[in-house]
Ligand binder design. Structure first.
Ligand SMILES: [Zn+2]
Length: 314
């Protein structure tokens, strides 16, 4: 059985100075691209689903795809995770559906209310052997219906608050605001991550896993391909991969990647449709799109340092 929680993964990631890639899935091709990369690299995997993904694909289709992934890959530890659960009810639904990990994102609420709702999710989830990620501080950018703050530098997670939050809420991991941002238009100038925030929280909460959202790098090769073949993404910019790699060596145990998946598949599809205007078989562009995702994910696993770590995370 390869379906696991994230406890062992995070424990090994902290010890080994790497991070687990958490990739968002929305359909079959994206999932297959991610999974074939993970299988080749022998990496642990967090497959995450947003409320938007479920709405798009339908609960039963998405669950069926995930079930196939789990049953076909007994050697890969796979955690299934709700990304940005907005309410207790949403989190409860995913726990009831068999997900091994949920995120409650109540970071927009005042501190005390964030603790209250997170604690409620923790109590429900822990009773069913499911782990909980919470969020403190605010990220920038936009991801589906998660809209962030404009100046990420002003909403960083405060280390002392993080300690109090973790102790009182009982959450298993914490998404911290350390200068990252959701989406493809994160920054106007190259961002500097607040490594000191990560360091301070790690000092005050030794052995506690932290999570980084909004961590796509908005890889230049894909943006250039998109723009070359009729796209229009002039100012796209992400978090440099060196910064992601550095954070992965610290207390960051989970790194969320969504935008880079979207860019990879879109770039490939645009290229093929532009180069072969008479093509109308979806397999002829979705297939290469899936390959583009696979190559991109393999590269990410390398950046995160989690290639070859599947066995130790079981
Ligand atoms: Zn996020």
């Amino acid at each position: 059985m390869a379906l696991v929680g994230t406890k062992k993964m995070f424990e090994m990631a902290l010890k080994g100075g790497y991070a687990i890639g958490a990739f968002n899935v929305n359909n079959m091709e994206i999932t297959q691209g991610i999974v074939s990369a993970v299988v080749e690299e022998k990496s642990p995997l967090i497959l995450q689903v947003s409320r938007g993904a479920r709405k798009y694909a339908g609960i039963s289709y998405l669950n069926a795809i995930i079930n196939v992934v789990v049953s076909e890959n007994p050697d890969i530890p796979i955690a299934t995770h709700l990304d940005h659960g907005d309410t207790f009810e949403t989190c409860k639904q995913f726990v009831d559906d068999g997900f091994t990990s949920v995120m409650i994102d109540a970071s927009k609420l005042p501190f005390e209310e964030n603790i209250t709702v997170t604690k409620k999710v923790v109590e429900y989830a822990h009773a069913r052997d499911v782990v909980v990620e919470a969020e403190l501080g605010q990220l920038g950018g936009i991801e589906e219906d998660v809209v962030g703050v404009e100046d990420v530098g002003k909403h960083l997670t405060e280390p002392d608050q993080a300690v109090e939050f973790v102790e009182r809420s009982g959450c298993d991991s914490l998404a911290v605001a350390c200068g990252t941002s959701h989406g493809a238009y994160k920054f106007k100038i190259e961002p500097k991550l607040a490594f000191d925030v990560i360091e301070k929280i790690a000092e005050k909460l030794p052995g506690f896993p932290l999570v980084m959202h909004g961590s796509s790098s908005v890889l230049r090769e894909f943006v250039d391909l998109i723009n070359k073949y009729g796209g229009d993404m002039p100012d796209a910019m992400g978090v440099p991969e060196e910064a992601i790699g550095k954070a992965a060596k610290m207390a960051i145990c989970k790194v969320n990647i969504d935008t880079d998946l979207r860019l990879a598949v879109t770039a490939k599809i645009r290229q093929i449709l532009a180069e072969r205007p008479s093509e109308f078989d979806p397999r002829k562009y979705l297939g290469p799109g899936r390959e583009a995702i696979k190559d991109m994910v393999k590269h990410k696993l390398d950046v995160l340092g989690c290639s070859g770590k599947a066995a130790e995370c079981m």
